[in-house]
Design a protein around this ligand. Sequence first.
Ligand code: ADP
Length: 333
Amino acid sequence: MATTDSLSAALDSVIDPISGKGLIASGRAAAPRLADGVASVVIDVTGLSADARERLGKAAEAAVGAVAGVQTTRVAMTAEKRGRKIIAVGSGKGGVGKSTLSANLAVALHRMGRKVGLVDADIYGPSQSRLLATEGMRPTAQGQKMDPVPSPHGIPMLSMGQLVKAGQAIAWRGPMAANALGQLIDAEWGDTEILILDLPPGTGDVQLTMVQIYKPAGAIIVSTPQDLSLMDATRAVDFFNQANVPLIGLIENMSGYACPHCGETSDPFGQGGAQAAAMTMTLPFLGRIPLDIGIRTASDAGRPPAAEDDDTVFAPLAQKIADWLNPKASPSF
Ligand code: ADP
């Protein structure tokens, strides 16, 4: 019977032409998965010619297909991209502010002079058109490639929501969603250097296919301070580790509530939970964002708070991400 170990062994019997090592040992192939007789594996084709990619793909398919118990083999190749870095924003569950944070981090990085684009890959609830005030704008296409929609806040963006009718529930499976996402990521991004990827909440197959194929340079995890949310965040950490995506750190959202009337701060969801959890997971803690009704109303109105001159919440987080991307330019945190 096939196990992931037997799949890995089969993949290691195929030699990577550049390093001379097996596909797993050389890091070319990510950890293979097996479910219901279907084996899936993603191969990183960076640095290989078109011929070599094809040969490697066929050899991997043959090796995995020969493992007892495998009925179907799916080999996906990562697209080779140079220069542009994808930063994935993920969460263990929905409603923790992942999209709000993605939009505001993009705007804050843009205000620091970085060229930033945003891809809304949240197939379950794409909300970036509202957050970035591009509702009703449809991307145009040049030949095979889509042109991102310009937002009034300087962030070109594309959303899964633009591929389907508004409000339509999207029940895509992993490979389908990854194909659609491919159109958004391989769009005409011009000189965009950082692409923020607002992932669907959760850690299932859809997310795994997306990150395996599009290889983010790093990932940020968003959590609220409650224990339950933190348990989900732990799953998100395991998920990115398993997918070999480096973790930039954890952001605690909806942390402490400043009463707009009396000014007193209370902690409806507890306090410091995410920071403590980050420490136990040896994960950098990037900071906390208060539960602030102003953030919700401005976001709903398509005015990201990070676009305001008096923003003191998102700019420091964006700075940490910029430092992480370019550790030589500034001290690490
Ligand atoms: P997710 O992408 O994780 O599902 P959203 O970004 O859509 O979450 O946020 C869910 C809701 O919470 C939205 O109405 C958003 O405006 C609100 N929200 C997010 N962060 C905050 C915050 N720090 N303070 C107040 N409201 C917030």
